[in-house]
Design a protein around this ligand. Sequence first.
Ligand SMILES: O=S(=O)(CCO)c1ccc(-c2ccc(C3CCCC3)c([C@H]3C[C@H]3c3ccccn3)c2)cc1
Length: 239
Amino acid sequence: AVKHRLWPEIEKVTMEQLHYARLGVGGAGGWQLFAEDGDMRMYRREEEADGLVVDPLKACHVVKGVTGHEVCNIFFSPEYRSGWEATLEDMTVVENISNDTLIFLQTHKRIWPATQRDSLFWSHIRRVSDDQDPDAHDLWIVCNHSTELPDYPANTGKCVRLYLSVSLVCQTFIDPPKEGERIKREDITCKITYCSVVNPGGWAPASVLRAVYKREYPKFLKRFTSFCIDQCKDKPIVF
Ligand SMILES: O=S(=O)(CCO)c1ccc(-c2ccc(C3CCCC3)c([C@H]3C[C@H]3c3ccccn3)c2)cc1
């Protein structure tokens, strides 16, 4: 099948995001822990691009009872989004590139005193076999990366267009069940790494943005992972 015009970028960004997600948060990377809740650790680096806060964020979480495939599928699929994305006012799939790649147009709820934002991004889901450790379980990754489309020009309506590059990387670990027993959900653990760089687009006060990030990101990840557990608990396991 002919590859889409975005395919080279999707391939490049997805692999870059996978590499970036695997980098640790220790050492000289400048990551500072800013939120902790149970097994969730959230780190950020304070960075500005032409006076705008674009603090990269990296969150590491461990969730029991769901697989990486299930978690990435929920994060990717439009039909689940209203169930876990509390900051969305509107969401449209504007292009169906393939069954693993969509383009979303989203309007985010206004967060006072910042102007309301919208985002236009491609979203790609993929299973990655772990080349470094073949007997480790597969990784799943979803990448959301801002893009431009002539039909949806930036900053023409009431919203300021924000630019995002986000990845969700999940790895599944299975405690071997007793001889001859089936794998149960309590034998499954999913290690989640969520990375995000959001450029708010138009001006927003640094102090306000940092306060919003500090408040919103922990809520966002907890709400998302709880939704995944609830969605999957009574369903057959999808590896
Ligand atoms: O993971 S996704 O791809 C899921 C698809 O929806 C994602 C997540 C978050 C955002 C987003 C959008 C707007 C804002 C700000 C910028 C100025 C004013 C609003 C923020 C900052 C404020 C932080 C934040 C973090 C989490 C949730 C909401 N708010 C984040 C976009 C996409």
